[in-house]
Write a protein that binds this ligand. Structure first.
Ligand SMILES: NC(=O)c1ccc[n+]([C@@H]2O[C@H](COP(=O)([O-])OP(=O)(O)OC[C@H]3O[C@@H](n4cnc5c(N)ncnc54)[C@H](OP(=O)(O)O)[C@@H]3O)[C@@H](O)[C@H]2O)c1
Length: 268
């Protein structure tokens, strides 16, 4: 009998690569997807050698409408199914809603919202049939905080992923399935995220205590989904921020975001 398998999106860097390492270290086989095939291949060799697990590399751009069907076809062709899904691929789109094109916004919604939801929708029936599934949707602390100017849809999409995860988890539990779905909500985390969206210099001005390494963030995500927590906020500082967003009066929260947001969000 083969090991359980985790399908991980955005596995070529940052949190996704760390998810792959941690699942492999637990003896899970991994299916890795992202656009950069060279990086995925390198990671796959590393995991095969180090942990003696099976790997599958499926290079796909989630912005393409047929990418999910291609990923699932490749998985099926290899004779495997996903016992866990980590919807992790993502990026930030700098600038305001006004000065970005609709094509950029539509692609952003596709990669960070539609594609992960489509994956969950298409994997759930198999998980229900086998009565086992673990789904981690990587959201963000931004999904809790009030919306700020700049990177406009980021907070909306991440808030949507939190609600979506809660609902999927609740539905699976109500149906009596052994399926857990968690939204993982990291704050500032050391990955390539801020290099990709061009905010590294701004982000580096945030104090060290606000940052976490990818390792504890991913540990919290895997632990949370294993325990059946619909929402997981990693780290004491992030938990504190999440609590504050709940108890502060909304106008005060918006004012804080107005002042602080420009320290880490690019407006042009
Ligand atoms: N780092 C933070 O501070 C932070 C905080 C909160 C939430 N997050 C969330 O954490 C998740 C992972 O980000 P990260 O911090 O690990 O960033 P990262 O190091 O930049 O990794 C992002 C991953 O997403 C993949 N990706 C981007 N666009 C894609 C596309 N069109 N198709 C397929 N894959 C794509 C990238 O692979 P390719 O370029 O090879 O395609 C890469 O593997 C994201 O959802 C992000 O919103 C990050």
């Amino acid at each position: 009998m083969s090991n359980r398998l985790a399908l991980i999106t955005g596995a070529s860097a940052g949190l996704g690569a760390e998810f792959a390492r941690q699942y492999a270290a637990k003896g899970w086989d991994v299916a890795l997807t992202a656009r950069r095939a060279d990086r995925l291949d390198k990671l796959a060799r590393e995991l095969e050698e180090k942990y003696k697990v099976a790997t599958l590399v499926i290079a796909q751009d989630l912005a393409h409408a047929d990418s999910i069907d291609t990923i699932l076809y490749e998985l099926k062709e290899s004779g495997r199914h996903a016992d866990a899904l980590v919807n992790n691929a993502g990026y930030g789109l700098p600038g305001t809603f006004f000065n970005t094109s609709w094509e950029e916004q539509a692609q952003f919604i596709r990669v960070l919202y539609t594609a992960p939801i489509e994956l969950v929708h298409k994997l759930l029936p198999g998980m229900a049939e086998r009565n086992f599934g673990r789904i981690i949707n990587v959201a963000s602390l931004a999904g809790y905080a009030p919306g700020s100017s700049g990177h406009t849809l980021y907070a909306s999409v991440k808030a949507g992923m939190i609600k979506f995860s809660e609902s999927v988890h609740a539905e699976a539990q109500a149906a009596g399935h052994d399926i857990h779905c968690s939204a993982l909500c990291p704050g500032f985390t050391y990955t390539e995220f801020h290099d990709v969206n061009g905010t590294r210099e701004m982000a580096n001005e945030s104090p060290d205590w606000m940052w976490m390494d990818a390792k504890p963030v991913v540990e919290a995500g895997i632990d949370g989904v294993t325990r059946g927590r619909p929402v997981v906020v990693p780290g004491a500082v992030n938990k504190g921020v999440a609590t504050l967003t709940r108890i502060l009066p909304e106008p005060l929260g918006r004012e804080i975001m107005k002042r602080q947001g420009k320290r880490f969000r690019k407006m042009e």
